[in-house]
Design a protein around this ligand. Structure first.
Ligand SMILES: [Zn+2]
Length: 206
């Protein structure tokens, strides 16, 4: 499974696709062997299902048998889609009377309420746990914040805060869980990244 690294593009998902942002990605040296000599080289790209047309630049270290990918800031890590889409789900839950009510509102007709609730709960659980950790990591900056979109958007005076937190928590991304951080899920018998992404949840219910 590739080690994910942050790609600070400043591009939205649509711009990244139309401008083929993966071509702008660069890794000047191997993260494992900064002095080189390990056969580190660009190793093509792989495709993400959503947003359609999104490709991710990849490198491979021959000596370390490890691939690396540069994930642009707008994308959720190891979840389908973008950080903004996940943030919208959390915000909808915060506004709704219950998780069930939010899931019912977000789902399309061909998705059962049970699976929509499961889909929403997975995102709520992952993000709330992350927000609690991030608030603890930056006590001075985030003192008094609750692990909610409303509270954190207000603190940073921004419309969408998960993408801001990817930058704020940059030094901790390898230790933080998806969808914000790049921590590896538990090793599961050599399954490939795509399959684990699929297990993390299907594409949005709308
Ligand atoms: Zn290397």
């Amino acid at each position: 499974m590739p080690v994910q690294l942050r790609f600070q593009t400043g591009l939205t998902g649509a711009d990244y696709v139309t401008r083929e942002g993966w071509r702008l990605a660069s890794l000047t040296h191997c993260p494992l062997h900064p002095r080189g000599g390990c056969g580190f080289a660009r190793h093509g790209t792989y495709e993400r299902v959503s947003p359609p047309g999104t490709r991710i630049a990849r490198w491979y270290c021959r000596q370390g048998h490890q691939s690396f990918s540069l994930l642009p800031d707008f994308l959720a890590a190891r979840f389908p889609g973008t950080l903004r889409e996940i943030e919208d789900v959390l915000a909808a839950v915060e506004q709704a009377k219950s998780v069930e009510a939010a899931a019912d509102q977000l789902r399309s007709d061909d998705v059962t309420l049970v699976s929509a609730v499961r889909w929403v709960r997975r995102r709520v659980a992952a993000v709330r746990a992350l927000l609690t950790i991030v608030i603890g990591l930056f006590p001075q900056l985030l003192l008094g914040c609750t692990p909610t979109m409303v509270s954190l958007r207000e603190r940073f005076a921004c419309e969408h805060v998960l993408i801001v937190l990817r930058e704020v928590a940059e030094l901790h991304l390898q230790a933080l869980a998806p969808p914000l951080g790049f921590k590896h899920p538990a090793y599961r018998g050599g399954e490939r990244n795509e399959r684990i992404q699929h297990e993390m949840g299907p594409d949005p219910p709308r």
